[in-house]
Design a protein. Structure first.
Length: 274
């Protein structure tokens, strides 16, 4: 095994996540003065842009299945349009949520999460957001044909890659607001909100990467492509693992499925192409 393969399999996920948080923390401090209330969103943009570019670079250098290379020019153009649209939606959601958190957590606003230690705010924000996202995601697959028609856009690509994984219906950007709105409304600090978003977005990017990432038992802490491939199975009855970032929720609700390596899962939506 060469050094590049070893890095992708065992080190890319933790180092990418660590780098994203390092960038976020550094820029939160550097930009607080010049940008004021816009600093958390700006720091989030930088952290996500750098981590996303790093993942795409390795998809080009060491692709697991060559998904991007198989996509037609029209599909690639569609993917990039969705990357731009989804990114803009995330930025808008982040700015709105951090603004709400800053207002509701301002001095004199009563008992709010702003009085809690930042670490406790982050934990509550992440867990509450993931629980809401899990329920919405599961409903999109199992409970609502209407929600499935929106979500199916994301499942049509016949393989995982970061760029094609960005195919998300604009309506589903509202899930970000719904998931984080309770914490923001309770006065969670803007920093806690963007830390939660960074965690969600970077882990989500790694899950959809066309890379042979092997996390083993650590998939139960930060799930990677091994755990997420089966979720994109073309057979909807098999496509489980609805938790995006906290797989303990799948264990709790009995919706777990086994991990799979590259090429072991047929993906897409039966009878449909993107």
């Amino acid at each position: 095994m060469d050094a590049a393969t070893f890095y992708v399999r065992y080190l890319l996920a933790p180092t990418t996540l660590a780098a994203a948080f390092a960038i976020l923390v550094d820029l939160l401090a550097r930009l607080a003065g010049p940008l004021g209330g816009h600093a958390p969103t700006a720091a989030l943009i930088a952290a996500i842009a750098v981590s996303g570019a790093w993942i795409v670079l390795w998809e080009q250098i060491r692709p697991a299945e060559g998904v991007w290379a198989r996509r037609s020019p029209a599909q690639r153009r569609g993917d990039m349009r969705h990357v731009a649209l989804t990114s803009a939606g995330v930025v808008a959601c982040a700015r709105l949520l951090t603004w709400i958190g800053a207002r509701t957590g301002a001095p004199g606003s009563g008992m709010t999460l702003a009085a809690w230690p930042l670490a406790a705010q982050v934990v509550l924000t992440v867990v509450s957001a993931e629980l809401i996202t899990y329920l919405l995601h599961r409903a999109s697959h199992r409970a609502s044909p209407w929600l499935w028609r929106l979500h199916a856009i994301h499942h049509r690509p016949e393989g995982l890659s970061l760029r094609s994984g960005s195919r998300v219906h604009p309506f589903e950007n509202l899930y970000t607001i719904l998931a984080l709105a309770p914490a923001a409304a309770l006065g969670a600090a803007p920093t806690a909100i963007v830390v939660s978003l960074t965690f969600q977005l970077v882990v989500g990017a790694l899950q959809h990467a066309d890379l042979d990432i092997r996390l083993g038992v650590f998939n139960w802490i930060v799930p990677g492509p091994e755990m997420h491939r089966v979720h994109h199975h073309i057979d909807g009855a098999v496509a489980r693992n609805y938790a995006l970032n906290l797989p303990a929720l799948d264990l709790l609700f009995g919706t777990t499925a086994a991990c799979h390596g590259p090429g072991e899962v047929r993906m897409g939506v039966a009878g449909e192409r993107d």
